[in-house]
Design a protein around this ligand. Structure first.
Ligand code: MN
Length: 317
């Protein structure tokens, strides 16, 4: 089945310093493999895509990029440079690559402007945001300008994991849980729920958020979120139960979740038009993801929607 893959990472020399601290705990052999593949926009990447029928990869910077840069002016400049470099790589092979913008979110108006530049001038299809920026999440009032612009542009925002702003005590003495195995799931699901409960989607119903990892557990939790949040006084009353926004404004990809159970849960909870293909290349195997999706226990019509149809509709590819 032909595929469009949505969480496919790259690196540039200018962004490498921001990325290295996030991979210091990777096994050295995996680190070397990943580093070689991240900088490659040619043969190795295309071979991995061809092997499992990935016709198009939407490329995004491996995080956290400028989102951890303390100097906002530096972040604005470096994000722009990164986006220009990505656009140049996509332009070399526009039949196979598209791009997600990298944004300097410590300056919300500049991030909104850069998103608009990337979409309207560089042909990018949305943005990928690496979680919180210097401790601030996208529900902060300063990001009204960003959501207003993203909704007006019809530009989906992929919320990718990042470390939390402060170490979490729950796994202070259980480091294995702190990142990709569990901590990033908690952090990213929390980020998405902050958007839901702050009313971002009431104010910008056209806003679309994409979550990887089969929705960071949210498809499993809809009933409980609706039920239990009724118990507490909301900081901001919502027009609908939380499940409404998770179904309407949030789409998910299968990145890093090659198992039938969460796939079937996501399809049942969110709908056949809400699940898309991604591989988290090169941190995970494109081959494993492709083979999983080709054999997953769904109808051929649903497989086609997941592999390419839903992404074509969302990103107007
Ligand atoms: Mn990733």
């Amino acid at each position: 089945m032909r595929k469009i893959a949505l969480e496919e990472h790259f690196m540039t020399p200018g962004m490498n310093g921001y990325w290295l601290p996030t991979v210091e705990d990777l096994p050295p052999a995996l680190f070397e493999e990943v580093r070689g593949r991240l900088f490659d926009f040619g043969e190795r990447r295309l071979a991995a895509m061809d092997e499992v029928g990935i016709e198009r990869a939407v490329l995004s910077l491996a995080g956290p990029g400028v989102q951890v840069e303390p100097d906002a002016a530096v972040a604005v400049r470096a994000a722009r440079e990164c986006n220009d470099q990505l656009a140049a790589e996509v332009a070399k092979n526009p039949a196979r690559f598209s791009g997600f913008a990298h944004l300097p979110l410590q300056d919300a108006p500049a991030a909104a402007a850069e998103l608009e530049r990337c979409v309207t001038e560089l042909g990018m299809v949305g943005a990928l945001v690496n979680g919180q920026t210097l401790g601030t999440y996208l529900d902060d009032p300063r990001y009204e300008v960003f959501w207003e612009r993203a909704a007006a542009l019809g530009a989906p925002v992929y919320i990718h994991p990042n470390d939390p702003p402060a170490p979490y005590g729950g796994w202070a003495d259980a480091k294995i849980l702190s990142r990709a195995a569990w901590g990033w799931t908690v952090e990213t699901a929390t980020h998405a729920l902050r958007l839901v409960f702050s009313g971002v989607f009431d104010r910008y119903p056209a806003a679309r958020v994409v979550l990887g990892h089969m929705g960071e557990t949210l498809p499993y939790l809809l009933w409980r979120l609706d039920s239990r949040t009724k118990l507490y006084k909301a900081e901001r009353p919502l027009q609908h139960p939380p499940s409404h926004y998770i179904r309407s404004n949030i789409l998910v990809t299968i990145s890093g979740q090659c198992a039938a159970e969460p796939l079937l849960c996501a399809l049942a909870s969110l709908g056949e038009d809400r699940v898309m293909f991604a591989t988290d290349y090169p941190f995970e195997s494109a081959e494993v993801h492709g083979r999983f999706m080709d054999a997953a226990p769904v109808s051929e019509a649903v497989r086609a929607r997941i592999c390419h149809g839903n992404a074509e509709a969302l990103f107007r590819l």
